[in-house]
Unconditional design. Structure first.
Lengths: 490, 664
């Protein structure tokens, strides 16, 4: 099951290289495989046993027996939610790339490969395998930005690559150190076993090792001051890649923080919690301050991601309390999903607008909703969700984080909660400047979203509303796994 | 009354919203009359059910069990977060249900006339308008019935959303788009306090769990309010009050309401006069035991209320836009309601909320009716309309008398009870504050009748000054350029709702608060709905307030009827004062110009942006520059000449040998 979840996209990717250069066929093949993937993941999502605190669908095979490296796949609730997110965004990314005309076959092949790599990150339970997928993701990402991007695309692509690589270098050292510092007889990369062990009692320098992981994830999430790759990359990447970047690649950082730093090194995370709380406040407020100044719509959305990822960090900082709040961790995990969908929707709408107006410069826009009501509605709903309006997923995630974190760090939580007010400011101002106002003559003959655009918007609108109204659909999946992870400290 | 019916009241308007946006608008088109019929019908049905609910709560409250929405499991149960939803049906809720659905229904009927021009042609946003109206009514009904504080907050924000959508209804007008954003943002600053109250309350959850209660269920909060300790109660109460101040446009978050008049007039009438802005008053009333337990919070309520009542009334004295006058009046009257709460009389606040809903809605609808024929809201271009719009004139006159608090109109009774409560101060936490509130209230009564009659004189008396035709084209808004005056009485869809509201504005106060029993009409009916205590009537206070009102009427009539003024100001010697008032005490300049633009946009935000570009990102670039250039420097060594490599190898070997020997 999980093997096919990982490799269906890459089968599609290979097939694309065989079917020839016809762009139409390439698109359809890509669409077929991402939809197949979504169906498979839906089955996984539905059949996943919500009552268990353990792992499901385990697949295990020896890979490099000498170092006890395994091909080990398994999911728990946290993985399932992010796998689901990735599957949805995979379809959206293909739909939104319908208008790509340059080297269509190669483009979709790389896009599918990217989906495989991200799936692998969320599903691998062997740390070595995890690292392989973590690095694999960079290859398609680099080419997709550098080749199909806009603006300073080579610079941005290189920047993503270098930032992530430097982060992964730290992680790699930590992985090796973690392996070697275990007693010779039972050295393992198996994260399920490692989570059971009392690592801090078992190995020396556990604090340093955990910091190595933290740096890698902090770059990816991103946490201030490692965030400057993000605005450049998001801005210069093609729409679908911005969607994937903001939607799932950032979530790899959050996933790592919860899976490894919280799951394997809870004591160390608890020691670092004050630092995380400060980082959260900086991310949320400083990020929001910068958003207000942006005039490029994609850059604006990118910085809002920095701000919103601060909430995830705040949720994790609740590890500093005497009693850890699963409410906050649930909120953080929910925020990963919810922000993935919301930001994807924002980028989809921004991309559709750019496709039509050929500008991303906000002061040049105005009155667009009269010309493109559907795109406008998509943008408004996503914006409202982003500012945490109740009945959207953003509200549930943020209120859970605040409620859980308040006991541990009241001041930091209050400051982060003020970020919600700032979010209202920049979101509504952006809406006012792009969509509202007199409809301009130069936009008179623009059309609304094409059918592929409509599907992409609908596919994202539904989860935003459903989770906002009925959060249990996701909380039930997350809850028990997170309870296990948090229970690691007790 | 059973629970399902209450849910039906809430969800009927939502159904119309969903049905219009998913079916009627896409299929039948944006001008379909079905949308207005559906919304009016569903709200009408909700009104009937609400009235039934009101009758059923006479002398009893319903306690429906709560339902679990979601739970977040925790390792230990002290932490547990249990999110429930449910319904409260008590006299407070039932009163609000009837007021909201009743006023909303009348406004829907009125809107059907308002949204068509004189050739019966419908506005192109007809369906969208009624869909939003359905959404708003749903949110407001959800708010007043909520059992759980977070549930209440959800609807609270949805009310804010509907208000945003309806103020910005004509989104192509820049002023409307800006006003919508401002309304949402300013109220959200208040909501920040609301959120902090939620967080603080949740941090006290252990206390609730030990008693087997849920920290977010409203009846539970109310029942433990006296046990919480006054400090805790004060913080929670003040947080909630911050939310109320935002939503009810109280000082210092009052600036959004005058701008909100950019929305369609029926919207202003429903949302920004009669119902939504009352949500703050409702919230404080709902949590009144908490405010009582705090005590200090009540002083704040009274002080904010009375200062707002005064400030807003003075700003209303000079406004030339008829809707702006009414907006300031709304802010001021809401201040009155907060005075009533602050002096410890929530029932009286609710009573004024009810009567105010009737007469203020009436006045707004009348201003819409006037606009329907003169096409402008600027009173300097009106005048003499009593001849062309006789019905509107009479109905507006009733509204003005009720607003001024003249016996026996509705406003008289509720205002009188507020002043009386303040004067006696028997329930107030601080007698001094209560007395202060009384004297301010008396001054405001005088100011109120002054601006009300100024409005009446400028609009309906004297000679007609030309309406929109008299405004030079370059001074008009872009959307007004092609408008023409069309002097005629409004259609029946607009007049009938106004007539019904006028009836209520005349009789509601007397019927609900009559000091003695008349036939089958019990005395102090409204008071008895909520409490066992008897209301009473104080002749001296009534006389004082009536005198104050008549003094205001007298001044307005002398100045404006006898034309003792130029430019509708009081005269040149008052020019500096007038300027301050016209500029609304420079609050907008301070907030938007100084705080947002100078400190925020050009200060903190610009600095952060600069730091991010040049220092944080500059540092990353510096590192990569360093890496690139050191790489280049080492690359110079790769010359490809064997001699150089040979030298390198021998030097290296020598170094190792020397180091080895040295270490020996």
């Amino acid at each position: 099951m999980l093997t096919s979840v990982i490799f269906i996209p890459s089968v599609g990717s290979l097939l694309l290289l065989l079917v020839g250069k016809n762009p139409r066929i390439s698109r359809l093949v890509a669409l077929f495989f991402v939809i197949l993937e979504l169906i498979l993941v839906l089955i996984l999502f539905v059949t996943f046993d919500r009552s268990t605190t353990g792992y499901s669908f385990i697949e295990r095979a020896n890979w490099v027996p000498l170092f006890n490296i395994q091909y080990l796949l398994a999911v728990d609730g946290l993985s399932v939610s992010l796998v689901f997110l990735n599957a949805i965004l995979g379809v959206v990314a293909v739909l939104i790339s319908w208008t790509i005309t340059e080297k269509v076959r190669e483009y979709f092949a790389l896009l599918l490969l990217l989906q495989t790599a991200v799936m692998g990150v969320f599903i691998s339970m062997d740390m070595f395998l995890f690292f392989v997928f973590w690095e694999l993701e960079l290859i398609p990402m680099y080419f997709l930005i550098a080749k199909w991007g806009s603006g300073r695309k080579e610079y941005s692509a290189m920047k993503v690559l270098l930032f992530t690589l430097i982060g992964s270098a730290f992680m790699f050292i930590s992985i090796i150190a973690l392996y070697l510092s275990q007693p010779v007889a039972d050295r393992t990369f198996d994260m399920m076993i490692l989570a059971e062990r009392d690592i801090s009692g078992l190995i020396p320098y556990a604090g340093l090792i955990s910091i190595g992981f933290l740096v890698a994830f902090a770059v990816k999430l991103p946490i201030f001051p490692f965030h400057t790759w993000l605005p450049d990359a998001h801005t210069d990447a093609p729409t679908a890649i911005s969607v994937m970047l903001a939607g799932v690649l950032l979530k790899m950082g959050g996933y790592g923080l919860i899976r490894i730093n919280a799951g394997l090194f809870p004591e160390q995370l608890s020691d670092l919690a004050p630092l995380l709380a400060i980082a959260a406040v900086i991310n949320v407020l400083y990020g929001a301050f910068i958003v207000v100044r942006q005039t490029d719509i994609k850059r604006l959305i990118a910085y809002s991601s920095v701000s919103h990822m601060g909430f995830v960090v705040l949720g994790l900082s609740s590890f500093g309390g005497s009693v850890i709040s699963t409410t906050a961790i649930n909120g953080a995990a929910l925020q990963l999903f919810s922000h993935g969908i919301i930001t994807a929707l924002l980028f989809v709408c921004a991309g559709l607008i750019y496709e039509r107006t050929h500008t991303r410069y906000i002061p040049d826009m105005g009155g667009l909703i009269a010309r493109m009501p559907l795109i406008g509605i998509g943008f408004i709903v996503a914006g409202l969700a982003s500012l945490g309006l109740p009945s959207t997923s953003g509200f549930v995630a943020e209120i859970l984080i605040f409620l859980g974190a308040y006991n541990t760090y009241p001041l930091a939580t209050a400051l982060c909660a003020f970020g919600v007010v700032l979010a209202a400011g920049y979101v509504l101002w952006a809406i006012q400047r792009t969509l509202f106002g007199p409809s301009l003559k130069r936009w008179a003959d623009l059309n609304d979203a094409s059918s592929s655009g409509k599907w992409a918007i609908a596919l994202l609108l539904i989860p935003v509303m459903v989770i906002g109204i009925y959060p249990r659909i996701l909380l039930d999946v997350l809850e028990n796994s997170l309870l296990r992870i948090v229970g690691g400290l007790a | 009354m059973n629970e399902a019916l209450v849910w039906a009241i809430i969800f009927l308007p939502l159904m119309s919203f969903i049905f219009i946006s998913l079916f009627i608008r896409p299929v039948l088109g944006p001008r379909s009359r079905w949308s207005s019929l559906l919304t009016s019908g569903s709200i009408g049905l909700a009104f009937i059910l609400s009235f039934w609910a009101l009758l059923s709560v006479w002398g009893q409250s319903f306690e429906f069990p709560s339902h679990i929405w979601f739970i977040v499991d925790e390792a230990n149960s002290i932490q547990q977060f249990v999110m429930t939803v449910g319904i409260i049906l008590d006299p407070l809720t039932a009163t609000m249900l009837v007021v909201v659905t009743g006023v909303s229904l009348l406004v829907q009927v009125y809107s059907q006339g308002y949204l068509q021009d004189h050739e019966q042609k419908l506005d192109s946003s007809y369906s969208r308008y009624f869909a939003y109206m359905g959404l708003f009514t749903f949110s407001m009904l959800g708010l007043v019935t909520s059992l759980n504080l977070i549930q209440l907050f959800v609807f609270w924000e949805l009310v804010g959303l509907s208000s945003y959508l309806l103020i910005g209804f004509w989104h192509q007008r820049p002023a409307a788009a800006a006003a919508a954003k401002k309304a949402f943002l300013v109220t959200r600053i208040g909501d920040f306090g609301f959120i902090l109250a939620l967080l603080y309350l949740f941090s006290k959850r252990q206390f609730f769990y030990e008693l087997g209660l849920n920290p977010f269920e409203i009846p539970d909060i109310i029942s433990v309010a006296p046990l919480l300790g006054s400090t805790t109660a004060t913080w929670i109460a003040l947080g909630l009050f911050a939310g109320a101040v935002g939503k009810s446009a109280q000082f210092p978050l009052h600036t959004w309401l005058p701008d909100a008049m950019e929305g369609p007039t029926p919207v202003s009438s429903l949302i920004h006069a009669a119902t939504m802005v009352a949500a703050g008053v409702f919230l404080v009333t709902r949590f009144f035991p908490l405010f009582e337990a705090s005590g200090i919070a009540l002083i704040w309520v009274a002080l904010i209320g009375s200062s707002t009542a005064l400030f807003a009334a003075t700003m209303g004295l000079v406004a030339n836009d008829i809707k702006r006058v009414l907006a300031f009046s709304t802010v001021s009257q809401l201040g009155f309601m907060f005075i009533a709460l602050g002096v410890g009389m929530p029932v009286v606040a609710m009573f004024h909320l009810t009567t105010h809903a009737f007469f203020k809605c009436l006045l707004f609808l009348a201003s819409g009716s006037v606009h329907h024929s003169v096409k402008t809201f600027d009173m300097r271009y009106m005048g003499g309309l009593r001849k062309q719009l006789p019905y509107t004139y009479c109905l507006a006159f009733v509204g003005v008398l009720a607003l001024s608090g003249i016996f026996p109109f509705a406003g008289f009774w509720s205002k009188d009870e507020i002043l009386l409560s303040a004067w006696e101060g028997s329930h107030a936490y601080s007698f001094g504050v209560s007395q202060l509130a009384f004297w301010i209230g008396l001054i405001v009564s005088c100011l109120t009748s002054f601006y009300a009659f100024r409005m009446l004189h400028m609009t309906f008396h004297g000679e007609f000054r030309g309406g929109i035709d008299a405004i030079p084209k370059d001074l008009r808004q872009p959307y007004e350029v092609d408008e023409k005056v069309h002097l005629s009485e409004s259609p029946w869809q607009m007049l009938v709702p106004m007539f019904l509201l006028a009836v209520l504005a005349i009789f509601a106060g007397f019927v609900l608060a009559s000091p003695v029993q008349i036939l089958y009409l019990p005395a102090h009916m409204f008071m008895h709905l909520f409490t066992d205590q008897d209301g009473h009537f104080h002749f001296g206070v009534a006389l004082a307030s009536t005198f104050a009102s008549f003094f205001g009427i007298f001044l307005a009539t002398v100045i404006y009827q006898l034309k003792l003024t130029k430019n509708w100001a009081f005269g040149d010697s008052f020019e500096p004062v007038r300027k301050i008032l016209i500029q609304r005490y420079y609050f907008d300049h301070f907030y938007e110009g100084f705080i947002v633009k100078t400190i925020g946009y050009k200060g903190i935000f610009a600095t952060s942006d600069w730091v991010d570009r040049h220092i944080i990102d500059g540092f990353a670039d510096l590192i990569s520059w360093f890496g690139r250039n050191t790489g280049r420097a080492f690359a110079q060594l790769q010359t490809g000449q064997l001699q150089v490599y040979g030298i390198g190898i021998s030097l290296g070997a020598a170094t190792i040998v020397l180091a080895y020997m040295a270490s020996r």
